[in-house]
Design a binder for this molecule. Structure first.
Ligand code: ADP
Length: 491
């Protein structure tokens, strides 16, 4: 297993990446871009103060306002009147001597500027900081201003603050990195643990074993995965068992007639060869067993062809009623041998379209099962009748021991045999569990509805439904009916 591609490592790595990204983001915004933000903020503060002062210029509280602005925002504010007197408030606390000197220069700059407002930055070497100055005039007439105003503010935070801030950030960042290494390892363990557990259990799945222990607090998806795998393992185990059983059934089924054939052939050779009566009897056994063999082999071939989708339907229109009585008559011999009667109630001239030989086989298999599992009344009821809306229904009913609700959904599966039967029904031992799979495949290929109803001890009823064709048309109308049908089909 590639360690670096494992869930554990990946979850851990992603987590780390997210934390790193967050730290980098914080660093960029808080540390790297801090001076820039600070500068913007200060510039904004200065213009805000200017607006505030010029707005309240005529107010009685103007001095109070100037003082408040200066101390709130730690500024130096100076007002210079046209007669050169000045008023200033210094809350900056820096060394401002040079600004005092160049006062008249500033006034000139304001007068000469386009907008009447100037911004200048100075270096305050002592404080190792830059100072931003805004100068403008107060009053509505530029050529005759009421006063000039100059506001000074430091542009950068006091050096040590930033340094403390940075160191703190490095420390916290490092701490977070170390913490997240452990926390994310813990997380990734927690996330991957049930998956690893399920994976380990799933390794034994191919043997049909799956016993992952799912905790109450596991993720819903993991629970579902486990359920799916449990289902899958059951299915695998079942089909594995069925396959094994089929193999033993088929080998048994093949061996029994072969043994009989050999034994009777030897008997004819050694004993009954000269006795025509006995020879006939023995030969009949050989022929019957050969028939059984060949029908078993045909069944297996048919089913594999049907399931491989190789066999195509040979669709024809035919008289189902007639066909049905033909098939039922083949059970006459059983009536004779075992006293089981097949009671046929069929409406006449029911025509359907389908593959005659395959549908015959369906009908045969269903009746054969009913005969095989017939109850003590030794009666099997076969019905064919018209239902509403042009649908015809075929039913086979017996009063045998029935099929339990747990087994009912599975009887259509290939190789499926309800095991209890074989103990009670002598004839059931002959089954291979293929008959109903053929029925299912053929009926599904035709698109016919089908089903089985059964309850234990009551018997079973198997049925299917097909659309009835309209009455056979006289010769001259054949064309129209054909075109009608092809139009229907092309829908
Ligand atoms: P088989 O060759 O064993 O009869 P099928 O596929 O025809 O195989 O039937 C599958 C299983 O369904 C049978 O083994 C039997 O247990 C059950 N079954 C089918 N038909 C009936 C029925 N009429 N009554 C009771 N059980 C039935």
């Amino acid at each position: 297993m590639n360690f670096f591609r494992s869930i554990k490592v990946r979850v851990w790595a992603r987590f780390e990446i997210v934390v790193l990204a967050m730290l980098a983001f914080t660093y960029i915004f808080l540390i790297a871009m801090f001076p820039m933000f600070y500068e913007w903020m200060k510039t904004y503060e200065i213009s805000e103060t200017f607006v505030e002062i010029s707005y309240n210029w005529n107010s009685e509280d103007i001095e109070k306002i100037i003082r408040k602005q200066a101390s709130d925002k730690k500024m130096y504010i100076e007002i210079i009147f046209p007669d050169n007197t000045s008023y200033f408030v210094d809350r900056l606390g820096g060394s401002l001597s040079m600004m005092m000197i160049s006062k008249s220069n500033f006034i000139n700059s304001v007068n000469n500027s386009d907008s009447g407002t100037i911004y200048k930055t100075f270096r305050d070497e002592k404080e190792d900081n830059s100072i931003l100055m805004m100068g403008s005039y107060i009053g509505s007439d530029r050529s005759n201003p009421e006063a000039y105003i100059f506001i000074f503010n430091y542009l950068q935070p006091i050096g040590t603050t930033v340094q403390i801030f940075q160191r703190q950030f490095y420390f916290v960042g490092l701490l977070m990195m170390i913490l997240t290494i452990f926390i994310s390892a813990l997380f990734s363990n927690k996330i991957s643990e049930p998956i690893i557990r399920i994976n380990n259990s799933a390794k034994s799945l191919s043997q049909g074993k799956f016993d992952a222990k799912i905790g109450k607090r596991d993720y819903e998806e993991i629970k579902q995965l486990s359920e799916t795998l449990t289902e899958a393992s059951k299915e695998i185990a079942k089909s594995d068992d069925l396959r094994r059983e089929l193999m033993s059934n088929i080998s048994h089924d093949l061996r029994t007639p072969l043994t009989m054939i050999k034994a009777y052939a030897e008997m004819i050779r050694d004993i009954s060869g000269d006795n025509p009566e006995k020879r006939e009897k023995h030969l009949k056994v050989i022929i019957d067993e050969t028939d059984r063999l060949s029908s078993l082999v045909t069944d297996i071939l048919d089913l594999s062809k049907l399931q491989a989708g190789v066999s195509e339907l040979n669709i024809e229109e035919f008289n189902f009623s007639d066909n049905l009585s033909g098939v039922v008559s083949r059970f006459g011999i059983i009536k004779y041998n075992e006293g089981i009667t097949v009671d046929l109630q069929s409406e006449e001239n029911i025509r359907i379209s389908g593959d005659i030989s395959k549908l015959d086989q369906v009908v045969y298999n269903l009746i054969n099962n009913a005969v095989t599992y017939a109850g003590d009344d030794k009666k099997v009821f076969v019905k064919l009748f018209r239902k509403e809306n042009g649908v015809v229904r075929f039913e086979v009913e017996d009063h045998g021991e029935g099929i339990s609700p747990e087994n009912l959904p599975y009887i259509w599966d290939m190789y499926y045999k309800v095991s209890e039967h074989s103990k009670t029904h002598k004839r059931a031992k002959m089954g291979s569990g293929i008959g109903l799979s053929i029925v299912k495949s053929v009926l599904e290929q035709h698109g016919f509805k089908y089903g089985a109803e059964s309850s234990l001890g009551q018997g079973s009823k198997f049925w299917f439904e097909a659309p009835e064709l309209s009455e056979k048309q006289p010769e001259e109308q054949k064309n129209t009916s054909l075109s009608l049908r092809s139009r229907k089909n092309s829908k």
